[in-house]
Design a protein around this ligand. Structure first.
Ligand code: ADP
Ligand code: MG
Length: 652
C-alpha cells in the first residue's frame, strides 16, 4: 500500500488545536493517557484470548514498555495489546467517535460561550481526552500497529496539522508502538520536564500509573564500580555500564491489601486513575466479604455527578475482576440502575474467567454480590446522613435525584430497600430557607393535631411561596415541603405515607384540615355554595372540558382563584412533567376553585344575575381560568385571546 493522506474530521482538528495551543500546564498527563490506552488494549487482548484461543495462540505476552531516546529526542510507548487495523487507525485515531471526547468538545464550547471560568485543565481531567494529549508534548506522533489475528502492520503518522498519513509497515509483533517526536521544551538537560530522562519517566509512572495491571517496563543504564571479594569498591577501576530492565509500577491491586494499611490518598489516586476523575471521591467503601460468596469490593461515590449521568450515553457499571485479573469494564448487573453514579470494582475468586457476557448476566453469584453492594451503599449513605450531615448534603446536591428515582423505581422492589431510601430523602421546607429536611425531621416537628405531611410543587422557593394555596397554611403555621423537581412528587406518590402519615399536596383534593376554625369556615362556604349552585354550574358550562368542576374554595385567603387537581389521578405538576416528555395522556382532573370572600366573586355573582348569557360573563370565566393557569406556571391555551380579553376589560 502506498502512503495515503487523510484529513482529520473537523472536531478532531479543533481538539488538536486546543491540546497544542492551550495554556495547559499539566502536560505530563499525556503519559497516563497513553499508558491507559495501552492497558485497555492489553485488556482487550486478554478478553479475546479467553474466548478465541485458536486465533491467538497461548503465546501471548502482556506488557508495556517505555523507550526514551535522548539522541533522537523521542519517547516510544510500546504495548503488546490487541493492536489496530488500518480501519481502526482511521476510525479510532482520526475521528472523534468516542462519546466522551465529543461530549468534551460540546462542553468546552458551552463553557466558552457562557464565558464560564472552567479551565481547560479541569475539563481535560474530567473527560480524559486520551490519545490526542500526545500532541501536548510532541511535534510529530507516529503509531505502528498490528492487530491480533492480522498479518500486516500499518503506520499512522501526523504532525497534528489537520492531516495524517497511513502506510503499510514492516510486520512485527502484535501490538502498538507509539513514537513521540518530542517538542523542543521536552528534552535535554535544562528541560523542566525532560521526557527522555529515565528517572522523570519513572516518577511519572509511579504517580499516575502505579496500579496498572500490566508491567510497565523500562531499561535503565546502571553504572557500577567493580568491587573486590569483600564487597569494597576497587580503587582506580574503570566503571562498568550495564542495562537493567525494571518494572516501574507495583501492580499490586490496592484493594487486595489490608484496609488498615491503606491511606485515603492511595484510594483517591486509584480512583482518579481508574475512573478518569480529577477530584477525589466523596466516599470510599472497601469491603471484604466471606461466606456464601467471596469477594472484595471497592466502591466510590464521586464528589460530583458526571454531566451525562441521566443521559442514554452514560454507561453505568462496575469493573469486574477475578483473582485480580480484569474481566470486564462496565458490568451493569452489579448495582441497581438508580445507583448508576457509584463507581468501583468487584474482585471475586468465585467468578469464572471464562464467561461470556450473556452468561455473566445470569450468574447467581453476581446477583448475590449485587444485593450486598446495594445494601452497603445504602447503609453508608444512612450513616453519612446521621454523622456527616454536611457531606451528605453535598452528596444530595449531586445525586439526590438518583435516590428519588430509586424510590420511584422500587414500586415493585423490596420493601426493605424502600424503607431505607425514604429516610435518605431531603427536601427544602417552608420552615427554614437554608436547611434541607428529612421526612423524619419534618415528622418530629409536626404538632400532634397535624394529620398529614403537606407539600407544594414549584420551580423554586419563590414561586411556591407565591402560590395562593400557600397562604392559608402559612397563616396556620403548618410546615410545607417544597418540591422543585418533578421526580419528587412521583417519589412521594410511591411512598404514599411516611410512618403512617399520608402525604398531601396543597394543590390536590381536600387539605384535610379539621380544626374548629376550618370547620366553621367550611360550613359557611357550603351555605354560599348552595345559594350559588347555578353560578358554579354556569362557570363549568362556559369552560367545558377544560375543568372537571368549579368549586368554592376553603384554601384561599386573599387570592381570587386557584386551580387544583382531584385527589385521585395525577397532579398538575405531574401532568406538566409528562407533557414535557411528550406523554400527553396523563391529564390531571382540574378543579377551578373560587374564593367566595373575594370582591371578584361578588362581581361575578352580579354579572351572572343580570346577564349570564353575555360575552362579559364568558370572558370573566375564561379569564379566571387563565389566571389560575398562570399562577400554576402553565401557559393559557390561547395567550392572545387572553391578552385581548384583559385589554377589553381594562379599557371599559
Ligand atoms: P479512549 O481511550 O477513552 O477510548 P483515546 O483517545 O485515548 O480514547 O483512544 C481512542 C481509541 O484509540 C481507543 O478507544 C482505542 O480504540 C484506540 N487506541 C488508542 N491507543 C491504542 C493502543 N495502544 N492499542 C490499541 N488501540 C488503541
Ligand atoms: Mg484513552
Amino acid at each position: 500500500m502506498a502512503r495515503k493522506k487523510f484529513q482529520f474530521k473537523a472536531e478532531t482538528k479543533q481538539l488538536l488545536d486546543l491540546m497544542i495551543n492551550s495554556i495547559y500546564t499539566n502536560r505530563e498527563i499525556f503519559l497516563r493517557e497513553l499508558i491507559s490506552n495501552a492497558s485497555d488494549a492489553l485488556d482487550k487482548l486478554r478478553y479475546e484470548a479467553l474466548t478465541n484461543k485458536e486465533l491467538l495462540g497461548d503465546n501471548l505476552k502482556y506488557e508495556i514498555r517505555l523507550l526514551p531516546d535522548a539522541t533522537n529526542h523521542t519517547l516510544t510507548i510500546i504495548d503488546t495489546g490487541i493492536g489496530m487495523s488500518k480501519e481502526d487507525l482511521i476510525d479510532n485515531i482520526g475521528t472523534i467517535a468516542k462519546s466522551g471526547t465529543k461530549a468534551f468538545m460540546t462542553k468546552l464550547q458551552e463553557a466558552q460561550e457562557n464565558k464560564e471560568a472552567t479551565t481547560d485543565k479541569e475539563m481535560i481531567g474530567q473527560f480524559g481526552v486520551g490519545f490526542y494529549s500526545a500532541f501536548m508534548v510532541a511535534d510529530q506522533v507516529s503509531i505502528v500497529s498490528r492487530k491480533a489475528g492480522e498479518d500486516i502492520a500499518y503506520k499512522w503518522q501526523s504532525t497534528g496539522d489537520g492531516s495524517f498519513t497511513i502506510e503499510e509497515s514492516e510486520s512485527k509483533l502484535i501490538g502498538t508502538e507509539i513514537t513521540l517526536q518530542l517538542a523542543s521544551e521536552f528534552f535535554g538537560e535544562g528541560a523542566e520536564l525532560n521526557l527522555t530522562d529515565t528517572s522523570t519517566l519513572q516518577h511519572l509512572v509511579k504517580k499516575y500509573s502505579d496500579y496498572v495491571r500490566y508491567p510497565i517496563k523500562m531499561d535503565f543504564t546502571v553504572e557500577e564500580t567493580p568491587k573486590d571479594e569483600a564487597g569494597k569498591p576497587l580503587e582506580n577501576a574503570e566503571k562498568t555500564v550495564r542495562v537493567e530492565t525494571r518494572t516501574l509500577n507495583s501492580m499490586q491491586p490496592l484493594w487486595s491489601k489490608n484496609k488498615k494499611d491503606i491511606k485515603q490518598e492511595e484510594y483517591d489516586e486509584l480512583y482518579k486513575s481508574l475512573f478518569h476523575d480529577w477530584e477525589a471521591p466523596l466516599t470510599t467503601l472497601h469491603t471484604k466479604a466471606e461466606g456464601t460468596v467471596e469477594y472484595t469490593s471497592l466502591l466510590f461515590i464521586p464528589s460530583h455527578a458526571p454531566f451525562n449521568l441521566y443521559h442514554t450515553d452514560y454507561e453505568p457499571g462496575l469493573q469486574l475482576y477475578s483473582r485480580h485479573v480484569f474481566i470486564m469494564n462496565k458490568c451493569k448487573d452489579l448495582l441497581p440502575d438508580y445507583l448508576r453514579f457509584v463507581q468501583g470494582l468487584v474482585d471475586s475468586p468465585d467468578l469464572s474467567l471464562n464467561i461470556s457476557r450473556e452468561l455473566l448476566q445470569q450468574d447467581r453469584q453476581l446477583k448475590l454480590i449485587g444485593k450486598n453492594l446495594e445494601k452497603n451503599v445504602l447503609s453508608a449513605l444512612t450513616k453519612m446522613l446521621t454523622n456527616e450531615r454536611e457531606k451528605y448534603e453535598k452528596f444530595w446536591q449531586e445525586f439526590g435525584r438518583s435516590i428519588k428515582i430509586g424510590v420511584y423505581n422500587s414500586v415493585y422492589g423490596a420493601q426493605e430497600t424502600l424503607d431505607k431510601l425514604k429516610d435518605l430523602l431531603l427536601f427544602a421546607t417552608s420552615s427554614d430557607t437554608n436547611k434541607l429536611s428529612s421526612l423524619k425531621e419534618y415528622k418530629e416537628r409536626m404538632p400532634e393535631t397535624q394529620k398529614k405531611i403537606y407539600y407544594a410543587n414549584g420551580k423554586d422557593r419563590q414561586s411556591i411561596e407565591h402560590l395562593p394555596q400557600m397562604e392559608l397554611l402559612r397563616d396556620k403555621g403548618i410546615e410545607v415541603l417544597y418540591l422543585y423537581d418533578p421526580v419528587d412528587e412521583f417519589a412521594l406518590e410511591v411512598l404514599n405515607e411516611y410512618d403512617k402519615v399520608p402525604f398531601q399536596s396543597i394543590s390536590r383534593g381536600d387539605l384535610g384540615l379539621d380544626d374548629v376554625e376550618t370547620q366553621e369556615k367550611q360550613k359557611k362556604i357550603d351555605d354560599i355554595a348552595k345559594t350559588n349552585e347555578d353560578l358554579l354550574k354556569d362557570i363549568k358550562a362556559v369552560l367545558g372540558d377544560k375543568i372537571a368542576e368549579a368549586h368554592l374554595s376553603n384554601r384561599l385567603k386573599s387570592s381570587a382563584v386557584c386551580l387544583v387537581a382531584a385527589a385521585e389521578g395525577p397532579s398538575l405538576a405531574m401532568e406538566q412533567a409528562f407533557a414535557a416528555t411528550e406523554q400527553h395522556m396523563f391529564k390531571a382532573k382540574r378543579i377551578l376553585e373560587l374564593n367566595p370572600e373575594h370582591d371578584l366573586f361578588s362581581r361575578l355573582q352580579k354579572i351572572h344575575e343580570t346577564e349570564k348569557d353575555s360575552d362579559d360573563f364568558k370572558d370573566y370565566c375564561q379569564l379566571l381560568y387563565d389566571q389560575a393557569l398562570l399562577i400554576e406556571g402553565i401557559m393559557p391555551d390561547d395567550p392572545i385571546a387572553f391578552a385581548d380579553k384583559v385589554a377589553r376589560l381594562m379599557s371599559k
